[in-house]
Every structure is written in C-alpha cells, then in structure tokens.
Design a protein around this ligand. Structure first.
Ligand code: GLP
Length: 260
C-alpha cells in the first residue's frame, strides 16, 4: 500500500484523476467509479484531460460501486444519474458502457447476480476509485460486511443515512434504507485500488483502515489485503495516522521508474 499525503484536497483529486487517466491511456478495458463527494476532484481532472489532452473513454466500460434501492429513474441522487451528471456525460463515454446495479429491479438478488456477471464479462477492472465512509465503509459495505462479499443488498446504518441526508435536502426520511453494493470481494478483484479521503471527518476512518486491524468492522481495512493500493489523503484526513514521516519519506524517495 502506498500512502500519499498531498498539500490540500484539490491536489488529492488531481493526483487520483491522473492515476485513473494513466490506466485509460494504457488501454484499460474497464474502470470502476464511485459516488459521494470524495472522487469529484478526480472526475474534474479527467474531464480536463479529455478537453485539453485528448484523453478518450470510447470503448471503456465503467462500473459503479453501488446504488440505492427504490429511487425512481432519473432521481438526481440515484448514483446512476449522479455519475452521469458529475462525470460521464462530460466526456466521450458511450452511455450504455456506464453500468450500475439496478436498484429498481423487481428481483433484487437477481439484479445483484446480473451485476457480477456484467463485471466479469468486461474482463478485469483496471482501476477502482474509492471514497471511504466516516464509519469505514467502502461502497455501501457497512461495518460487519464479509471481507469476501459479492454484490448484494445491504441495509444502511443510521450513521450513513444521516451522513447522506445532506444530498436529500437534509431530510432523513428521503434517504433509502437499502442499497445494492459491490461486495468487498468484488472490489478486491480490481487491479489497482485508489482511495481518496479528505477532511478531518475522515481521519479516524483512514487511520483504522490503513493502520488498524483487518476487520469486517472496518470494511476499508480490506485494502491491506490487496497487492496494489494507493491511498491519497489531505493533511486533515492524515491527522490520526502514526507513520506519517515514513509515508512522506517513501513518496519523496520514490524511484523515477516507479509509477503509482
Ligand atoms: C457514500 C458512498 C461511498 C462513499 C462514502 C463517502 O455513502 N456509497 O461510495 O465513499 O459514502 O462519501 P463522501 O465522499 O461524500 O464523504
């Protein structure tokens, strides 16, 4: 695992976007996208590179981590809509190449299995961008999620629903209780995991994920079991990390031949 502490949140987003762009330029057939506010800076950098540096997503498949169950099609907070509004509609992705679990399906377990099949059919996901919940969740894998889980239904914790109420006019009652999410096993199948976390509110979760025990109670601790992880944080999100000096030293002394 490589841990990069950037000078500020904006730089964290740019670095995450650059890493994703490098995968696309190297011929990634599929990339993994995430919602929430954390990846937005990365998407801005990808849009910039599309406009100014001929980055193209034509022929690339994109897979979202998760989706609320029960929101109507086109609801601005459905993740399928959010990712189009914030990212994919601003570049040359083919709309049908942007995939998300079907949170409106009549048969939710079948929709979960279908999503796993779609990911498998794409070949490997080259790079998966991730945020982290304040309780350590990845995607919507809440504490207690099996470390080998696959796409399935989850019940949101009261904490996550309260955190996400800000996207629903601050009205907790509008936040769905159930979601479809890639499992921790599904996420772990991607070649390169890039997690971005900014702000003091993420400091505990980042420290638990990176330096705490591997545990289903901190789902993001599954990163410690993956062979290629880049964690990008701003100084506020790094506050509770113990080995900051080492992380900084390793980045400063990164061999010229070694990419992220
Ligand atoms: C959401 C998403 C996660 C996201 C996390 C943090 O509920 N399902 O994918 O990483 O919570 O969100 P934010 O980046 O807005 O803090």
């Amino acid at each position: 695992m490589e841990l990069v502490i950037t000078d500020n949140a904006a730089e964290a987003g740019v670095l995450a976007g650059r890493i994703m762009a490098d995968h696309v330029r190297r011929g990634a057939r599929a990339i993994g996208l995430a919602t929430g506010s954390s990846p937005l800076g990365a998407y801005r950098e990808l849009i910039r590179q599309y406009r100014e540096q001929e980055l193209s997503f034509l022929g690339v498949q994109a897979f979202l981590l998760d989706e609320y169950i029960g929101l109507p099609a086109g609801h601005p907070q459905s993740y399928a809509q959010f990712i189009r509004d914030e990212f994919t509609a601003h570049v040359d992705f083919t709309d049908s190449d942007v995939h998300s679990p079907d949170g409106r399906a009549a048969d939710i377990p079948a929709a979960a299995a279908d999503y796993e099949r779609r990911i498998a059919a794409s070949g490997r996901i080259s790079v998966q961008i991730l945020g982290i919940g304040a309780n350590g969740h990845l995607g919507f894998n809440e504490p207690g999620s099996s470390l080998r889980s696959r796409t399935r239904v989850k019940t949101l914790t009261p904490k996550t629903r309260a955190d996400n109420a800000r996207f629903f006019d601050g009205d907790l009652n509008q936040v769905p209780t159930h979601v479809l999410t890639q499992g921790l096993g599904t996420i772990s199948d991607a070649d390169h995991l890039v997690m971005i976390a900014t702000g003091e509110g993420k400091a505990d979760a980042v420290a638990a994920a990176v330096e705490g025990p591997v545990s289903a109670f901190c789902p993001a601790s599954i990163l410690q079991m993956h062979p290629h992880v880049t964690v990008i944080v701003d100084p506020a999100a790094a506050t509770n990390l113990k080995a900051v000096d080492y992380y900084r030293f390793a980045v400063q002394n990164k061999p010229a031949w070694q990419s992220f």
